[in-house]
Design a binder for this molecule. Structure first.
Ligand code: 4AD
Ligand code: MG
Length: 430
């Protein structure tokens, strides 16, 4: 019977065969411990000299790291391992013998590991990060489908910029200029006017010269857009969404969280509602905390966000930023016209902004005025203006960065480990 490591729990005391790779081994005169992985999990195989023929025992001592095997034996319970099971090996067949695998159990530098990302993905921690990423993706679809959102896929090749023109990736579209999408929002707004509540999930690109632990050049964004929806309701959907994702990871990724030594006490507290603080109050708070450099009207940097976040146990919404530091499309705040109806959601523990969202301007004249003020080309936003010409309604939406969310939930320091093949300022390989 061929099974996977994940299925081993259903085969206690039965003889099975698993296709696996050897990650590490330890041998003594009488026993060999083989650390096996098969993509679904990690398990120990035990080869006992008195239980197998001499040739098998000797060959087991010689298997090299990352050789691929078909390994046969009996599954037994093993309370010392996180998995809870191991295999008492009877026999094995080497499919391919690997030599000089570059990533050895010793410590390697990050650049070396990033150069070997295609192999580094096999390690236990990287495996755990990608499984958590997968769980977040699964929980995302669950959440939006449960609320009857329709998934809409906005284009990646675009002619206009939602988030400002300085970070666009240029490319040629035959003889026209085109950009890689930095957000699907403007198209989602059109879709919301057709389907009510919509979401998208796709790659986005920012030609940002930022080299921080929170910035990728290519990242995946989940965006929600809701017609007939004011900003407060959007915030409620956002906090429910984030809570659902955290809960799903806690329920379904215990082994992975453990492999990453993630302290989950703070994650366990994550449930809606999340605290909210206005930008104005955040400025006051920062000044009290000794940040004398920050003035009203300036955007927050990572240290500011971290200081605000560490005041709370939960993710925190910073609301109503100054109009001039936000994109052109945000609805003015009726109680203070120098600010807009928007919020950034800041993750706990220093992981920074994971969501940006806002209510959108629904008045044609105001939107046209803003497009001019931001020196954007009205012509390429004509379709977007049409949404305000034909049945305009209050509507709001948000975008969550997948990799930053994975970094926070998995407790990974740098977003480069949260994408399988991260695109960074200095890296396009592998
Ligand atoms: O705050 P941003 O720029 O918002 C938008 O793009 C809106 N159009 C979304 C919307 O309202 N539909 O980006 C949203 C999120 C950020 O909060 C952050 O999590 C992530 O995308 N993000 C990045 N993640 C990794 N690397 C980068 N360079 C990122 N830039 C933004
Ligand atoms: Mg933002």
């Amino acid at each position: 019977m061929n099974i996977t490591i994940q299925e081993a729990k259903n085969y206690i005391n039965q003889e099975v065969t698993i296709g696996a790779w050897l990650t590490n081994k330890r041998s003594s005169g009488k026993i060999s411990f083989l650390q096996l992985r098969d993509g679904t999990g990690f398990m120990q195989g035990v080869v006992v000299k008195s239980e197998v023929d001499e040739e098998t025992f000797n060959r087991a001592k010689e298997i090299t790291q990352e050789s691929s095997l078909y390994i046969t034996g009996t599954i037994t319970e093993d309370n010392r391992s996180d998995l809870g099971y191991e295999m008492q090996v009877k026999s094995f067949e080497v499919i391919h013998e690997a030599h000089d695998y570059p990533i050895t159990p010793k410590n390697h530098g990050t650049e070396f590991l990033m150069d070997h990302r295609h192999l580094w993905l096999r390690s236990k921690k990287q495996h755990a990060v990608m499984k958590i990423r997968n769980e977040i993706i699964k929980a995302t679809y669950e959440f939006f489908n449960q609320l009857s959102f329709t998934k809409i896929d906005p284009p990646i090749l675009t002619a206009s910029a939602p988030e400002g023109t300085s970070e666009l990736f240029h490319t040629k579209y035959f003889d026209q200029d085109a950009f890689l999408s930095q957000s699907g929002q403007l198209y989602l707004e059109a879709a919301a006017m057709a389907y009510g509540r919509v979401f998208s999930f796709g790659p986005t690109f920012r030609a940002e010269k930022s080299k921080t632990r929170r910035h990728l050049i290519e990242f995946w964004m989940i965006e929600g857009e809701m017609a007939f929806c004011e900003h407060d309701v959007s915030l409620e959907i956002q906090e429910q969404y984030v809570s659902h994702v955290v809960k799903s990871v806690l329920e379904n990724c215990q082994l992975e969280l453990k492999a990453l030594d993630r302290d989950t006490t703070k994650l366990e507290k994550v449930s809606s509602p999340f605290p909210r603080i206005t930008y104005d109050d955040a400025i006051e708070f920062l000044k009290e905390e000794g940040f004398n450099d920050i003035e009203w009207g300036e955007d927050f940097g990572a240290p500011h966000e971290t200081a605000i976040a560490s005041h709370y146990d939960l993710p925190v919404f910073i609301t109503n930023y100054p109009t001039k530091i936000k994109p052109f499309y945000m609805q003015p705040n009726p109680t203070n016209e120098d600010t807009v109806l928007c919020a950034d959601l800041i993750a706990p523990e220093g992981y920074g902004e994971i969501i940006g969202g806002s209510e959108r301007i629904n008045d044609l004249d105001l939107l046209e005025q803003r497009i001019d003020e931001y020196q954007l080309d009205r012509e390429s936003y004509n379709y977007y203006l049409d949404l305000r010409r034909y049945g305009s309604v209050p509507h709001s939406g948000f975008g969550l960065g997948l990799e930053r969310t994975v970094a926070w939930i998995a407790g990974v320091e740098h977003v480069r480990e949260t994408a399988p093949f991260p695109r960074l300022l200095n890296r396009l390989y592998p």
